[in-house]
Design a protein around this ligand. Structure first.
Ligand code: IMP
Length: 177
């Protein structure tokens, strides 16, 4: 399938599964090398990172643990806008080496929010692994050590990423036409 239609938008295939998996394997090798002996706790950010997480974790060979978190929008009582709350952290993070596993860092505001929240639980160190990075849109200063692929500003779907809830199931990545 070279093109797909989701609601009002047409998308064309832009990164094939085999090319994604090569970069995921490279990131896994880097993590295996850098974090050996640290028993890292991988925190996968749902929903978008489920496919990346599965393919990444199959290639992680050092002792490690994995858990899943979600960002929920809620209206704070005194807040004017929607605030993202991190839900699902059941593990003790104090003293741990954490690796956040994200699908895409766009403006970086979501990642910044995650780092703030996780930081209050006194982990030893927090590393970031993202499948995709849109460098031109990054608004905040983040130290992203593990990036599978850098992409232009265009909107994409597939390999876990969605357009209005749809398109997460495709094995390749598609760019809006
Ligand atoms: P940020 O807070 O601007 O970095 O946005 C991060 C979130 O926006 C990601 O976790 C995605 O859920 C979503 N997102 C950003 N760009 C795209 C895209 O091109 N396709 C699908 N979702 C995206």
């Amino acid at each position: 399938m070279d093109t797909i239609q989701i609601k009002d938008k047409q998308f064309a295939v832009s990164i094939k599964e085999e090319d994604i998996l090569k970069e995921v394997a490279r990131v896994a090798d880097e993590i295996n090398r850098d974090l050996a002996g640290k028993n890292p706790l991988f925190l996968s950010v749902l929903n978008g990172s489920f496919m990346f997480t599965a393919d990444l974790m199959k290639r992680i060979t050092i002792p490690c643990e994995i858990s899943f978190v979600k960002l929920a929008s809620y209206q704070g009582v005194a807040s004017t806008g929607a605030v993202k709350e991190v839900i699902g952290i059941n593990e003790e993070l104090a003293g741990r080496t954490i690796v956040i596993v994200e699908d895409i860092v766009d403006t970086g505001l979501t990642m910044q929010r995650l780092l703030e929240t996780l930081g209050t639980r006194n982990p030893k160190e927090i590393h970031i692994a993202t499948l995709l990075l849109k460098p031109d849109k990054l608004k905040v200063d983040l130290n992203i050590e593990y990036v599978a692929m850098r992409i232009p500003n265009d909107f994409i779907v597939g390999y876990g990423l969605d357009y209005d809830g749809l398109g997460r199931n495709y094995k390749d990545i598609y760019t809006v036409k």
